[in-house]
Design a protein. Structure first.
Lengths: 430, 355
């Protein structure tokens, strides 16, 4: 055998070995709620994640020239189904998962910690932020592989309570304002309950006993009457938009005059159209620095992503879609960090990728995605909470689309500024 | 339940009439089947094993419901709540009493029996629709209890539990847990088959066939109806406990009324009053969603999807297909898969002289 032949053989062998390694797709799990109790906001968020990952595949060839093999699954907001799907994914050796609800994410924390799979949830439960397990809170375990993009439910509520206290004074009201927590008896609405009530007490609110309403739309007139009889001034809505709309409409009909505070999933443009004037005045945190239709350097990228599932480019994308895109981009950039210098894209390296940057905004998404900071002890990505107020100035029940209503100014998202919370140690995991 | 025996095949002793295996071949077939299943972890992937495990614990619970509905002629639309109670009881026993999981499972079965007997008390007095509503109440009472008893169930957040372990052997993978479920399936099915050969078993059937005649023959109706409820709960509890230590997470959300209906579906599709039918029904109801899901995955993004603009609605196809399958079954095969299986067997046995 000549030397040339050996060289050729070696080159072919090396080529054969290298080609599949480079072309092998990266398996990523994507848990969605497209049919369950929270599908009203689960659909736009899931679409945002899916479109962004597809866009990364189309425009950049995936991560480090390996395409992302996104394994989507609609679990209908049933935690047991999510757990069994997780077990299927862990067999497929996914390196990271884009998740969704609080019940399932909290149920999976032990599994993802054991299997070292970064889990970027749509749940912003504060119990997921204590990465080092050092908060010493009862029932809060170390969650070194759980991440989410945005302020935690508790921090969102703290920010709104701070705004409410100022609002009370600004309106020149006398006496102590009354605060009430409303939501379903479910881990997601329950998550910020105690933190919010403690904060409200500190701020001088009188805290009323919580009011329960289901995660699904229904007739909540009796809840509104309770609200009126108790004389509440500020009410937190812990559910997603679809179910909150029912409360807003019922309370409007019952003539209840309360300042509603939504959680990040509690209000959006679709809900404003569905609720009509009943949604007017609801205050809620928005996770992105800009909303659809506003000018920002990163909007071009979001518009490109939007065209993945809407080639016409006419669709209006609610706040959740943008947040989904940002959450997906954090994961993609953490993967890129993991792949740097020929590194393997493993769960542990992706987790470390989340720690690599300060004031982290994904490249090309400036002005849209808000800066995040993650450390090995503290997974509270941000303590800055931008608050918005829903403004509905007229009838929304006609055939006009959300895009038209926003353009006409019938519906508006009015910025109330940003509440900066201190990164208090005692708030970690709570 | 007479097997499809050929003409001229008479039984001359009671012993012969009561045998589980009518022919020697059927006995061998069963042994062969179990042996083949024992080899399954060597040949099948974890996904397929996961399905077999699901079929196993569902079949145990379905068999319990079949004893109640198919053999005793009672009705229960709260079976999932008992299944859930078994799951929570096993997880709770392990967490607080630190009993090894291997012993938690039968203990959870006994605890569920106790609960079942309490809720079975109305069954001794009620019949038909009235009993259905009473068991519906049991479903809601238990479901609400699960959501509001954090000490027992972990509340709405659910409870994480540990895998099966016995003397240092941990069944935390499908390959090993499969044997645990298989052993329980064999034991529980043997118990049910034998129950039907005892005095008590015959009494249950007598209650179903004509309760007035049964009472005149000296059968205590209230006792046997309650007993049947207890047995059904025991099976549900064992099935639930096996489920808990497979999924390693128990949440109240899983045990809703739809799941109860699904158990009824298993029993009806499998065949009322058939031990093997419960297994077939459980297999059918477990595999159907997977097949439909595979179909939906193929459909997603295909020209059909685009032409009909299905998009996210594909998720709902799965639920609809299951409903449609049950309706079709009720119309075309009301006696269930067990009868169809007997017909197929008889066809081959008697071939080519089937008359």
């Amino acid at each position: 055998m000549t030397k040339q032949r050996i060289m050729l053989g070696a080159a072919v062998a090396a080529g054969l070995a290298a080609v599949p390694a480079a072309a092998q797709p990266i398996p990523v799990g994507h848990l969605m709620d497209n049919s369950g109790a929270t599908s009203d906001v689960g659909v736009p968020y899931g679409q945002g994640v899916a479109d962004t990952l597809a866009w990364v595949n189309n425009t950049r060839g995936g991560v480090n020239n390996r395409r992302l093999n996104v394994l989507g699954f609609d679990y209908g907001y049933q935690a047991p189904r999510a757990v069994s799907q997780y077990q299927a994914w862990s067999r497929d050796r996914v390196v990271a998962i884009q998740g969704w609800g609080t019940a399932d994410t909290e149920a999976l924390t032990r599994f993802v910690t054991r299997d070292k799979i970064p889990y970027i949830s749509g749940s912003y439960s504060a119990a997921l932020t204590d990465a080092g397990g050092k908060s010493g809170r009862q029932g809060v375990e170390a969650t070194p592989f759980n991440f989410f993009y945005g302020p935690s439910y508790s921090d969102g509520l703290r920010a709104m309570l701070r705004w409410s206290a100022d609002d009370w004074k600004a309106r020149g009201q006398q006496g102590r304002p009354k605060y009430v927590h409303m939501g379903g008896n479910h881990p997601y609405p329950n998550s910020p309950k105690e933190a919010g009530e403690a904060m409200a007490r500190d701020l001088g609110f009188e805290v009323l006993s919580p009011i329960v309403f289901a995660l699904t739309p229904g007739d909540y007139t009796s809840q509104c009457l309770t609200l009126r009889n108790q004389g509440a001034n500020y009410a937190y809505l812990g559910n997603t938009a679809g179910s909150n709309i029912s409360v807003l409409r019922a309370c409007q009909a019952a003539g209840v005059n309360v300042q509603f505070l939504g959680n990040v999933w509690g209000m959006d443009e679709n809900a404003m159209k569905a609720a009509g004037p009943a949604a007017n005045g609801v205050v809620f945190p928005v996770r992105t620095s800009a909303v659809w239709g506003q000018e920002a350097p990163g909007m071009a990228a979001i518009q490109q992503i939007s065209r993945v599932s809407d080639p016409s480019g006419n669709a209006y994308r609610p706040v959740h879609y943008l947040s989904g895109a940002c959450a997906a981009m954090l994961m993609v950039e953490a993967m890129e960090t993991a792949a740097q210098g020929g590194g393997q894209i493993t769960g542990e390296r992706i987790r470390d990728g989340f720690y690599a940057r300060k004031d982290w905004v994904p490249k090309g998404f400036e002005g849209v995605c808000a800066p995040s900071n993650f450390t090995a002890e503290d997974h509270r990505g941000t303590m800055r909470v931008p608050l918005y107020r829903a403004r509905v100035g007229g009838d929304t029940s006609g055939s006009s689309t959300v895009a038209e209503l926003m353009q006409a100014g019938t519906m508006k998202l009015e910025s109330l500024g940003i509440v900066e919370l201190e990164r208090k140690r005692e708030w970690l995991g709570w | 339940m007479t097997a499809m025996t050929p003409a001229g095949d008479f039984r001359s002793t009671y012993r012969e009439d009561m045998t589980i295996f009518p022919t020697r071949m059927s006995r061998y077939a069963l042994w062969l089947g179990i042996a083949l299943l024992c080899l399954a972890p060597l040949m099948l992937g974890r996904y397929e094993l996961g399905l077999l495990i699901t079929i196993g614990f569902s079949a145990i619970a379905a068999l319990g419901l079949n004893i109640l509905v198919g053999f005793t002629g009672q009705i229960s639309i709260g079976h999932a709540a008992f299944f859930g109670f078994g799951a929570f009881a096993s997880a709770w026993l392990h967490e607080y009493a630190h009993i090894p999981v291997a012993f938690c499972i039968p203990l959870a079965g006994l605890m569920t029996t106790a609960v079942g007997l309490v809720f079975g008390l109305p069954a001794a007095r009620l019949k038909g629709l009235y009993l259905a509503i009473a068991t519906l109440a049991a479903q809601f009472i238990l479901e609400d209890f699960f959501a509001r008893a954090p000490w027992f169930t972990g509340g709405v957040a659910g409870r994480i539990t540990e895998p099966f372990a016995l003397f240092g052997w941990r069944a935390d993978r499908e390959e090993s847990y499969f044997y645990v479920v298989l052993a329980w399936v064999v034991v529980m099915f043997l118990m049910a088959s034998n129950l039907m050969r005892t005095r008590d078993g015959r009494a249950l059937v007598a209650v179903r066939d004509h309760y007035l005649s049964a009472e005149m023959m000296g059968i205590n109706l209230a006792y046997y109806r309650t007993l049947s409820f207890g047995i059904a709960s025991f099976y549900a509890g064992i099935g639930g406990a096996l489920y808990a230590h497979y999924l390693l997470f128990v949440s109240v959300e899983a045990f809703n009324i739809l799941f109860s209906i699904q158990f009824l579906g298993m029993v009806i599709i499998g065949g009322l009053g058939s031990v093997m039918g419960s297994l077939m029904g459980a297999a059918f109801m477990t595999l159907l969603p997977e097949v439909v899901q595979a179909g939906a995955d193929l459909l997603a993004g295909s020209p059909v999807d685009r032409a009909l603009r299905l998009g996210a609605s594909i998720s709902f196809l799965r639920e609809m297909a299951i409903g449609a399958a049950i309706i079709l079954f009720l119309i075309f095969e009301p006696d269930g898969l067990a009868r169809r299986w007997r017909l197929i067997r008889a066809y081959w046995k008697l071939y080519p002289y089937s008359h």
